[in-house]
Each structure stands twice: as structure tokens, then as C-alpha cells.
Design a binder for this molecule. Structure first.
Ligand code: FAD
Ligand code: SF4
Length: 509
């Protein structure tokens, strides 16, 4: 008898206990299916990188003696949906059981639970052995609280997992958070560490994806993909980051520069989200670097906070709020995304770079996602659900459990402030301070009114004006509203008119 064990495209962890022994009665199943390529329009590199990782892992399992059945996207026997393929494989192998690892997306979780429940053979879900917290852990930590403060969650995690804590439960260095050290702008040519990532030629894989009719967007760059193929490559990249990037991680965490796209960010999100790397080992390596005197505490703490804090926390937010979280829209925004989200052709230099980089690399760093693309979208009143689908499609690391709370909650405040304590928006002044984008822009960063005034400026004040009922009582926005109310009526009305005119010509911006 044979048990089928399904491995999804974001479950590429060769250290899972499933693989501890080679068993003749187990068949591992991988499938490249239209169900997974088509639920939103995806960036070409995201499809290529995930399929390439699946193929590499299937090959390695086979080499280690495991039985593997791999369905390629262009395989004639591929029925292109997970249940249909499993049905066919159960029949073909006369299998007596079906097992799968806990999916991280609600969509797949529901689909596989329903599927397993109606099978005539036993179906079982096992843990994915990846996260440091259970799906419902954040929900339990925040039970009955209106606001879910990440910082509170993060401190619990530091204590529970003994990360950067001294004897007696005190935070290393006497502080839980060194965020104020991590806000330096980046001027001049940044000494970005050399990109040590291996490149792969996936032109043949890309040709078969295209031949199968899968629609996509973004630059395929299929002959030199730098996303890791497997755990070994991901580990090499982790070591290189800890060596060269981590010591400077905090310094320029929020900086943006046209000449340096990675800065000191780790580029580890794809390896983490496909589970090639375990968060525990990434955190441990970073902490060891500090203990060995290789990286300063504020950099290491800032990096660890992203993984032990934000990453686990947003997953908890996701599971506590699904289904339904994807439809939050407190501001009632419904403007469709301008077409330049798909080609980067806008005169706004910040957006041209942040979107252009996303289309070229299937990656942009946090501040580009939050304070350029997300910021503009919220100010312009773009439909948060359409924006969520764009983010889910464009980034190589986008899996719904992490993308959705970041987009709907943190970036668009569409959940009314469950996750973020205030909307993350700014005028041109912040963008100019943190980047070199405004230099050479078609728009005037200082101007608020007129054809060539930076669109962010009027949109910014108009956003707070329009939403005064909801936001003016927010303590963190006290200064913003004091400044708004100090402006005279004529200036406020002019801002409103300018913002309306900007919103009417989004396509031409
Ligand atoms: P680094 O800056 O080096 O950070 C290290 C790691 O910390 C990341 O690899 C990631 O695993 C984790 N991390 C950092 N910030 C966050 C965060 N806010 N939430 C969860 N984990 C975090 N991240 C994704 O992994 N997938 C997404 O689909 C995604 N969508 C986003 C959408 C929006 C609107 C915003 C504002 C952020 C989004 N993020 C997402 C979070 C963050 O931008 C990326 O994790 C980060 O840019 C990945 O690059 P990196 O590996 O170089 O990160
Ligand atoms: Fe962006 Fe405005 Fe600066 Fe241009 S001037 S780069 S549109 S913030």
C-alpha cells in the first residue's frame, strides 16, 4: 500500500520530519498547476523561482532514495487542479492514504480540508514544522484587545524563545527596541555589499511555462534568476548576508536609493517563505554575530524584530481574521489601479523606481513597498483589494499570510487600525529625506498646487481633511491635525481641489 504525501510550492524544507527515513510505502507528490499560477496574475520570476525550487527538491528527494511523482506544468497527465490530480494519482497508485502539510494560505487550507474530508481513504494534515508560533497564538496573546500591538507580541516572543535576553529576562543591551537608531537616510553612492547570490538559467523552464499558456507580468530574466534553488544555496546566502549586510542592517533600513536596490536588506524572504530556511536558524545566526562582536546590537535587534516579531505577528493577524480580512476597506476606496502599476511608466520618479524595480526584480524592500507604493495608493484612494492582488502577484516572496496583513492592514489601514497605530502616509518631504528620488523628478517636491506640484503633497493634506472624523482623535496624528487646522480655509480648499484634479488624472501622472 502507498500513502501519497503532497508537497506544496512553499513547503520546500528538506529537513521536515517526513524525510527522516526513506519509506517504500510513501510517494511524495509535487505538482505545477494552473490553479496555483492563475489565482492572481503573477510576476514571471515568482512562477519560475517556485517551480525551479520544487524541481530541485523533487530531484534531491529522488537522489536520496525517496519515491517521487512530479507533475510538470506541461505534463499531458496534469489536470491543473490539486484535487483532480490527487484523485488521479490515488487511483493510479491504488493509494490507501493521503497526507499534506498545514497550508499557510486560507484558500488552500480550506480546499485541502474539504478535499480530505470527502475522501474514502484516510486523509491527514501534519504540521509544516516551520513557524515559531501556532496559527492561533497571536489570537490568544491578544484575546479581547481592540488593538494588536506588534511590540507587545515581539517582547513575549523574545522571552519565550530566549532571544537577545540576559539572565533574569532583561533585554540585551538594556532596551527591547533600537528602532530610533535605524532611521538614517542614505545619501550619496551607497557601498552596497556585492551580490553573492548564485544565478541560474531557467530559460527552458520559462519556455514551458509560457507554452502552457500561463499569463504573467514583470521581467522574466529567466537566464539569470538569483532566487535560491534549494536550502544549500539559501544557507550560503544567509552566511554572506550575516557577514556583509547585517552589520549595517539597521543604519539604512528605511533608506532608498536609485543606484542601490538591495542596500543592506537580506533578500531572504523568498528562502524563508518557501521554508528553505527556518526562522530559528536565521535568528540564531544573527544573534551569534552580535555575541561574536561582528555586528552591532541595534542592527541585529532590528533584523531579528522583523522575523521573530513582524513575520510571526502578521501570520497571527492573518489567521485570526480569515476569511474576510481581504475585504476590509474602512475608507471605502474604490479607484482601480492605474495601468503604470504594470509597466512603471509614470513621471513620479519615486514610483517609477519602486514599481520599476518590482517589475524587474520581483522584489522591493519594505520602505519602497510601504512608503512609496502603499503610501501613494492610500492617498490616491486606490481599491485596497485590487492593490492586495497586485502585491500578491508581483513579489517573489508574496504568500497571502504575510502579504495580506502588510497590504490591507499596515499599508492601507483598511482594517481601521487593528494592526497599524496610524496610517503610513507622507508628503514629498519624507520621501526626499529618505531617498534620492526627488532629485531630477518631473514634479516639484516643495509645491502643493499646480500641474507640476508633487502629487503626494496635496493628496496628503486632503487625505487627512477627508478623514478627519475617523482620524483626528488619533493621538499619534495630533501634530498633523494641528498643522492642518492651522492652514487657512482658502489653502485647505485649494488642496482639496488640487487633490481632486490629481485623482482625475492618475493615469497621466
Ligand atoms: P529584510 O529587510 O532583510 O528583513 C528580514 C526578514 O524579515 C524578511 O526576509 C522577512 O521575512 C521579515 N520581514 C520584514 N518585514 C516584515 C513584515 N512587515 N512582515 C513580515 N515579515 C517581515 N513580506 C513578505 O515576505 N511577503 C510579502 O508578500 C510581503 N508583502 C508586503 C506588502 C507590503 C505592502 C509591505 C509594506 C510589506 C510586505 N512584506 C512582505 C514585508 C517586507 O517588505 C518584506 O518581507 C521584505 O521587503 C523582504 O525583503 P528582505 O528579505 O530583504 O527583508
Ligand atoms: Fe515622488 Fe514627489 Fe519626490 Fe517626485 S517630487 S520623487 S513624485 S515624492
Amino acid at each position: 500500500t502507498t500513502t501519497l504525501r503532497l508537497i506544496l510550492g512553499d513547503q520546500l524544507n528538506p529537513l521536515h520530519s517526513w524525510f527522516a527515513e526513506v519509506r517504500a510505502d510513501v510517494l511524495y507528490v509535487f505538482m505545477e498547476v494552473r490553479q496555483e499560477t492563475d489565482y492572481v496574475l503573477h510576476h514571471a520570476q515568482k512562477i519560475i523561482a517556485i517551480f525551479a525550487g520544487m524541481r530541485a527538491m523533487a530531484h534531491q528527494l529522488g537522489q536520496a532514495g525517496h519515491r517521487v511523482h512530479y507533475l510538470r506544468i506541461d505534463d499531458a497527465a496534469n489536470l491543473q487542479s490539486i484535487p483532480a490530480n490527487i484523485d488521479a494519482l490515488l487511483a493510479r497508485y491504488g493509494a490507501s492514504g493521503f497526507e499534506y502539510q498545514e497550508p499557510d494560505e486560507y484558500r488552500l487550507d480550506a480546499q485541502l480540508a474539504d478535499y480530505a474530508a470527502q475522501l474514502t481513504v484516510p486523509g491527514a494534515m501534519v504540521g509544516s514544522e516551520h513557524f515559531l508560533t501556532a496559527r492561533d497564538e497571536a489570537g490568544r496573546i491578544f484575546a479581547n484587545r481592540a488593538q494588536w500591538l506588534m511590540e507587545y507580541f515581539y517582547r513575549q516572543m523574545r522571552l519565550v524563545h530566549g532571544v537577545l535576553v540576559d539572565a533574569g529576562g532583561k533585554p540585551a543591551g538594556g532596551q527591547w527596541n533600537f528602532d530610533h537608531d535605524n532611521r538614517k537616510p542614505r545619501r550619496g553612492a551607497p557601498p552596497e555589499p556585492f551580490d553573492t547570490r548564485a544565478q541560474h538559467d531557467h530559460a527552458a523552464l520559462w519556455a514551458s511555462i509560457e507554452a502552457a499558456g500561463v499569463a504573467s507580468f514583470g521581467r522574466p530574466d529567466s537566464s539569470r534568476i538569483a532566487w535560491p534553488l534549494d536550502r544549500a544555496e539559501a544557507l550560503t546566502h544567509l552566511d554572506a548576508f550575516v557577514q556583509h549586510g547585517l552589520p549595517h542592517f539597521g543604519d539604512y533600513q528605511d533608506a532608498m536609493h536609485t543606484g542601490a536596490t538591495r542596500l543592506f536588506h537580506s533578500m531572504l524572504s523568498f528562502a524563508l517563505n518557501t521554508k528553505m530556511l527556518h526562522p530559528r536558524e536565521v535568528i540564531a545566526e544573527a544573534e551569534d554575530a552580535w555575541r561574536a562582536g561582528h555586528a552591532p546590537l541595534h542592527a541585529v535587534e532590528g533584523f531579528i524584530r522583523q522575523i521573530l516579531g513582524w513575520r510571526e505577528y502578521v501570520r497571527g493577524v492573518y489567521w485570526a481574521n480569515m476569511p474576510g480580512y481581504e475585504r476590509h476597506n474602512v475608507f471605502g476606496h474604490d479607484t482601480p489601479l492605474p495601468s503604470w502599476f504594470w509597466d512603471g511608466k509614470t513621471n513620479m520618479r519615486c514610483l517609477r523606481h519602486a514599481i520599476g524595480q518590482s517589475l524587474d526584480d520581483a522584489h522591493a524592500h519594505h520602505i519602497q513597498r510601504l512608503m512609496i507604493i502603499g503610501n501613494f495608493s492610500l492617498l490616491a484612494g486606490l481599491d485596497p483589494h485590487a492593490l492586495h492582488e497586485w502585491y500578491l502577484g508581483v513579489y517573489v516572496d508574496a504568500v497571502e499570510w504575510v502579504e495580506m496583513p502588510n497590504t490591507i492592514g499596515m499599508s492601507q489601514f483598511a482594517d481601521g487600525g487593528l494592526l497599524a497605530t496610524k496610517p503610513y502616509v507622507s508628503s514629498a518631504a519624507y520621501i526626499d529625506r529618505m531617498s534620492d528620488y526627488c532629485k531630477g523628478c518631473h514634479y516639484d517636491k516643495k509645491a502643493r498646487l499646480g500641474e507640476t506640484a508633487c502629487p503626494f503633497n496635496a493628496l496628503y493634506w486632503d487625505f487627512f481633511e477627508r478623514n478627519a472624523n475617523r482620524l483626528s482623535g488619533n493621538q499619534r496624528l495630533g501634530m498633523v491635525y494641528r498643522n492642518l487646522f492651522k492652514m487657512d480655509e482658502t489653502a485647505r480648499a485649494a488642496c482639496g481641489e488640487q487633490a481632486a484634479s490629481v485623482r482625475a488624472r492618475l493615469e497621466q501622472l
